[in-house]
Each structure stands twice: as structure tokens, then as C-alpha cells.
Design a protein around this ligand. Structure first.
Ligand code: ADP
Length: 356
């Protein structure tokens, strides 16, 4: 690249200098011969001087042209080197990236196109680095999540096979629970992958939020009755939002399931809706175990569970709220959690009323 650029400069400069010299020499010769024709000089000395004068001019023109071309060669190589240096650096960084070294960055100087290209490459490197970290974390998280139920199942099966344990209905049921957990985890992961895929779209249109809430409440009602947790709704008749009906129901069922999971028998869960100028806010408040202040911001992270063993027993994979947050964000809405240990948890979800 550097050599090609330098030779292009040299060819252009030499061509121009060569052409200018030839034109100059032809013109000079033409003028001298015109002068001699107009004023024929009888003195042979003058003719001789004229001849020498022309030769001197030709020689000096040729030397000037050669000098200029040599200078053009030096300047061309220097300019080509300077111009290609950032590109060579970028190529080296890209090669480093291909080898898995994500910490290299291009030094960005100036504001020209090459500087912009450097900035874009740095941005691309950062994004790829983030995705690589996410990919690694996801793989290790999934492996970690799969290990416990698989190890439990393996030890149970070995005990049955060796005759150490009788395969009683209780023990078989416990194996089945582990399998259920695995199926649940795989289902959640599949959903999260779908949500994060570039082709994912919501089917948004004007919907009555109240109807969606009532439908979700009806779906969950029996579970609340079975656990003896009161489910109260304080909702107006109609609040129109711009949303995907099925996805909003999915969000609500997820949050209601959590409230039910972490609220003991005799507790209460309230679902409230308030309407603002631009959005509607759903509040789901429970009187459950609550979440420590330091953990509230982490509960949306993938696989995060405040009490791992308790959550596992309740069948939680720690992905539910990650999916909820993603769905709320896809709606251009927001989600916020307030909680007090021993008192309960409130989840606020705002959904825009118009298409944003
Ligand atoms: P899980 O499937 O384990 O419920 P989530 O992503 O839905 O996963 O929730 C993450 C964690 O947040 C839960 O494991 C739990 O520790 C905490 N959490 C969520 N909702 C509540 C709630 N209403 N009360 C107490 N803790 C909660």
C-alpha cells in the first residue's frame, strides 16, 4: 500500500515535471529559431553563442527536472509513509483482535476520515470485547447452573443402580423435580436467547392495560388461593397503552409469580395502576421476605438470586427478571424495585401510552 501510493505520487510528479520541461524546451527552441530568422546575424560568433546559450538552457532544464523528480521521490515516500501509518496500525490492531487480544486500541489523532475510522474501530473493539465477556460469562453460568441438578440426578441414579437406595416414590419424585428444574432453565434460556436475537420484534398496538392485568390475575388466582395469599387489585376501568399484549401478560405473570414465591401464607399482594400523561404505571406490592438494599440493583442480572438455595428449592433459575427487564425496555418503558427486608417488595413498571 505504502509503495503503491509512493509510486503513484512519483509517477504524477515526474510526468508533470517531464511534460513541463519538454514544453519549455520546445518553446525556447522555437523562440530562438524565430529570433534568428527575423534578424539573420552575419556574425558567425553570435550564431555560435546562440547555439551555446540554447545548449546551456537545455542542460540546466534537464538537471532541474532530474533534481525535482529526485526531490519528488523523497517527498512521495515520506508522505506515503505518513498517510499509511494509521492504516498499518489499524491492520495490526485488527490482527491482534483476531488473535483474541481485545485490549489494543488505535491512537486517534485529528478529525479527518482516518481518525473517524480509528474511532469506529476502537468502538467496534469495545463492543466485541463486551460480547466476548458476556459469552464467556453465559457459558460458565450455564455450566454452573446445570452442574447441580445433573450431579444430584447422577448420584441418585448411581445409588439406585448399586442398590444402596430403594427407588421409593419420594426419591423418584425428587429426581423428577431436578428434571423439571432443568427443563425450566432450558426454557428460560431459550426465551432470553430469542429476546436478545436481532430478529426479535414486539407486536405493539393500542391495548387496554386493565384487561391484560385482569387476564393475568385470573391466570394466577388459583395459585394464590392454594398458598393462602390474598391478591388485591386496585385498577381503573380502562387505561390505554401502546404495547404487545402477550408480552405484558408475560411480564405481569413473572412478577406475580415472584411475589407469590417470596410471600408466606397469610400475606397480601396488591396490583395497582396509575395513569400519567405519557405512560401508565403498574405497581405490584407484596408483604413478602423483601430484598436487602445492597442486592436490589443486582436482581435483574442473569442467574442472580438473593438466596441461591432457597430460590432453587422454589424452582427459580434467576433469569425471570432479566427477561422482564428486557421486555419492558423493548416497550421503551422502565422498571424499578423498592424493597425492605421483612416488610415486602414493590415493583413499578411504566409502559408508554403512545408509540415512541
Ligand atoms: P427467580 O427465577 O430465581 O425468581 P428472578 O430473576 O425472577 O429469578 O428473580 C431474581 C431474584 O430476585 C430471586 O431469586 C429473588 O432472590 C429476588 N426476588 C425477586 N422478586 C422478589 C420478591 N417479590 N421478593 C423477594 N425477593 C425477590
Amino acid at each position: 500500500m505504502k509503495k503503491r501510493l509512493a509510486w503513484t505520487f512519483i509517477a504524477v510528479a515526474s510526468g508533470m515535471v517531464g511534460l513541463a520541461s519538454i514544453i519549455y524546451l520546445i518553446e525556447m527552441h522555437y523562440h530562438i529559431s524565430l529570433f534568428q530568422k527575423k534578424f539573420p546575424l552575419p556574425d558567425p560568433h553570435i550564431t555560435y553563442y546562440n547555439y551555446h546559450f540554447e545548449q546551456a538552457l537545455i542542460e540546466s532544464t534537464i538537471w532541474t527536472a532530474v533534481g525535482t523528480i529526485l526531490l519528488a521521490v523523497c517527498i512521495s515516500f515520506y508522505i506515503a509513509k505518513r498517510m499509511t501509518a494509521p492504516m498499518i496500525e489499524m491492520r495490526k490492531i485488527a490482527e491482534q483482535m483476531a488473535l483474541g487480544n481485545w485490549n489494543s486500541r488505535v491512537k486517534v489523532e485529528g478529525t479527518d476520515e482516518l481518525a473517524h475510522l480509528g474511532q469506529t474501530l476502537n468502538h467496534l473493539t469495545e463492543q466485541l470485547q463486551k460480547h466476548e465477556v458476556l459469552r464467556r460469562n453465559l457459558t460458565s453460568d450455564v455450566a454452573h447452573e446445570l452442574r447441580t441438578p445433573l450431579a444430584t440426578l447422577k448420584s441418585h441414579m448411581e445409588a439406585f443402580e448399586d442398590g444402596i437406595w430403594e427407588p421409593t416414590p419420594v426419591r423418584i419424585h425428587s429426581c423428577q423435580e431436578e428434571l423439571e428444574r432443568l427443563i425450566h432453565l432450558v426454557g428460560d434460556l431459550e426465551q432470553l436467547t430469542n429476546l436478545e436475537s436481532p430478529g426479535f420484534t414486539l407486536h405493539k398496538r393500542k391495548e387496554n392495560l386493565v384487561e391484560i392485568i385482569q387476564q393475568s390475575v385470573r391466570t394466577m388466582e388459583t395459585n394464590f388461593i392454594l398458598k393462602n395469599v390474598e391478591l388485591v387489585t386496585q385498577i381503573p376501568e380502562c387505561v390505554v397503552v401502546f404495547a404487545d399484549r402477550n408480552r405484558i401478560a408475560q411480564i405481569l405473570i413473572n412478577i406475580l409469580s415472584n411475589s407469590l414465591k417470596f410471600t408466606s401464607s397469610g400475606g397480601t399482594v396488591i396490583v395497582k395502576v396509575t395513569e400519567g400523561d405519557n405512560d401508565a404505571t403498574i405497581l405490584i406490592r407484596d408483604t413478602g421476605i423483601g430484598i436487602p438494599d445492597s442486592e436490589v440493583s443486582k436482581i435483574f442480572e442473569r442467574f442472580y438470586r438473593v438466596d441461591k438455595s432457597r430460590s432453587r428449592k422454589l424452582g427459580g433459575s434467576g433469569i425471570g427478571l432479566t427477561i422482564v427487564k428486557k421486555l419492558v425496555e423493548e416497550h421503551k418503558g422502565s422498571i424499578r424495585v423498592e424493597s425492605k427486608v421483612g416488610k415486602g417488595t414493590s415493583v413499578f413498571i411504566s409502559i408508554p401510552k403512545k408509540d415512541l
